[in-house]
Ligand binder design. Structure first.
Ligand code: ATR
Length: 284
């Protein structure tokens, strides 16, 4: 008999995780690149993350994606952390190396790739507004700074959290050429070329936490969410002359970076994003 574990196993672990599109994305990547692997969903009770993770790894799995609310625990439990995961304070990717678990965070680079490669908007030299200072914003800020905008303003309902995020990144990144500051929502500035919504405000029914004057004519306005949760922000952006974009491209791009970390192969993302959008339209 041949051993059953002929394919490498991965999963996305979260709570809730039933809605996750990661299995669809990674299976498509595996098929396109000829990688023998399996990717499933692992629903994990609150408080049960470490046990579920250890069980999965002990069963011979090679790595996993981690989603809310366990990204902070994932970083803590790893033996080694990439610099970008350390800076974000959270991990969305684990690789179960024999020498110990490696934690990475591919959310920020995923967002940058979506803006630059998919939306075809260069970040370098532009004025950016990042709305939010929670886990999603923290995951993105380091990569956004590395893409060298002229200015990056972080705005948040709770100003102290934006200030803390800015201070941490100013110390840790070579952001000297980027004018980086924190500002309150109602006085965060005007005329930004790229506006990223990393808040959960849409879930509370508000279209946007900031005034429409934040949008330069023809600005790119991205909500990190996708599906119905992103719609109010996207409609608001379009109403005010901006191009709205949801977080589906970021989702596919961050997945591609995880896939690269695990498999050493960079998958093509455009066909998978197209397939996901078609599938989404059919089921929406
Ligand atoms: P996530 O991991 O998704 O970022 P989080 O860490 O809880 O979740 O952060 C949620 C973010 O959305 C925060 O920036 C939060 O603002 P506060 O720091 O002031 O709490 C923001 N947020 C949530 N609801 C909001 C609302 N109704 N209006 C504006 N900002 C909101």
């Amino acid at each position: 008999m041949t051993p059953a574990a002929a394919v490498d196993r991965y999963a996305v672990i979260g709570h809730p995780v039933a809605h996750s599109r990661s299995p669809f994305i990674h299976r498509a990547f595996a098929l396109a690149t000829g990688q023998a692997m399996e990717y499933t969903r692992l629903e994990c009770p609150i408080g049960g993350f470490e046990a579920v993770l250890r069980d999965f790894a002990a069963g011979g799995a090679r790595g996993c994606n981690v989603t809310l609310p366990f990204k902070f625990d994932a970083l803590r439990l790893a033996a080694r952390r990439t610099a970008r995961a350390e800076l974000a304070g959270a991990a969305n990717t684990l690789r179960f190396d024999e020498s110990g678990w490696l934690a990475d965070n591919t959310d920020g680079i995923g967002l940058v790739r979506d803006i630059e490669a998919n939306a075809r908007v260069a970040i370098a030299g532009r004025r950016m507004l990042l709305i939010g200072a929670g886990g999603a914003a923290a995951g993105a800020l380091g990569a956004l700074l590395a893409a060298a905008p002229a200015e990056l303003t972080v705005t948040n309902r709770t100003l102290e959290k934006a200030s803390e995020l800015v201070t941490r990144h100013r110390a840790a990144t070579d952001a000297n050429d980027v004018v980086l500051h924190a500002a309150p929502l109602e006085r965060c500035g005007e005329g930004f070329d790229i506006v990223v919504n990393a808040t959960a405000s849409s879930l509370h029914g508000a279209a946007s936490p900031v005034d429409a004057r934040t949008l330069a004519p023809g600005a790119l306005a991205i909500d990190m969410m996708y599906g119905p949760a992103a719609q109010p922000f996207l409609a608001w952006a379009e109403q005010h002359g901006a191009t709205g974009r949801d977080g589906l491209g970021m989702l596919v791009e961050q997945a591609a970076q995880s896939f690269l970390l695990w498999r050493g192969v960079m998958p093509e993302t455009a066909p998978v994003l197209d397939a996901l959008r078609r599938r989404w339209d059919e089921t929406a």
